[in-house]
Design a protein around this ligand. Sequence first.
Ligand code: ADP
Length: 269
Amino acid sequence: VFKVYSEGLYEGDKRVGTVVVYRDITKEFEVDQMKSEFVSTVSHELRTPLASILGFTELLINRQLKPDRQQKYLSTIYNETKRLTALINDFLDVQRMESGKQTYEKKYVELSPIIHKVIGNLQINTNVHHITFTPLTENDYILGDRSKIEQVFTNVISNAIKYSPNGGDIHVKMYEKEGQLTVDVEDHGLGIPEEALTKVFSKFYRIDNSDRRKIGGTGLGLAIVQEIMRSHEGEVNVSSKYGEGSIFTLTFPIVEGKRKETDTEKRNI
Ligand code: ADP
């Protein structure tokens, strides 16, 4: 993208030419575009749960409702409030990561219990998906920040659910490969078009295809996953067949031999 400036060149009163200056403003243009994407995503993502909270509280205040109705509305309000909180935490996380202010409190932690816990929490909210976990190694200690690692698995497995709108099996497999502790999260959902595979980890990037236009999100989940994995000397990668499903692969450096959670390492990254 270029911005063009032109200026007449004069000798006395006589115009003898024109100077044209092209300035490459691709970067500014991209930043502007990202800003406006950000504003529209934020306002849409905040407005939807807020509208629902507002609507249901109005009903609860103004109408005499049967207890089961009340209960139903209250649990909707509760869930939408949780959604808002998670959303705001995502924005704050990204902000902290960008300013280099994110801190990680690392200890030796075992991955299997974390994965079990995350799956348990997510399985409650769906009965059309069946999530299984196969640990193929017992050597599953990593040096990590427990809550951040939970967030990594929550984001990746909840995406597997969200982008498999027809339900289906989600398979989590943990194994050792080339000296790395590796976890695959495999789904049989919408999949990712090839040209989008490298972009899904970028901030605010969302695939705008008709198959997923109704699915909400901010485009921050995977950017956060990538940042957390890098801060753990690990990686996240994806392979996918559009229309068939995706496999997100997380790799962590292995810690040889099991250790207790007493060794701590606090770091500012
Ligand atoms: P969000 O889900 O809020 O859009 P993410 O950063 O988590 O943001 O994901 C970015 C994009 O990558 C999503 O918009 C979605 O289109 C695509 N994506 C992520 N996970 C999957 C998956 N398991 N299957 C298909 N598409 C996915």
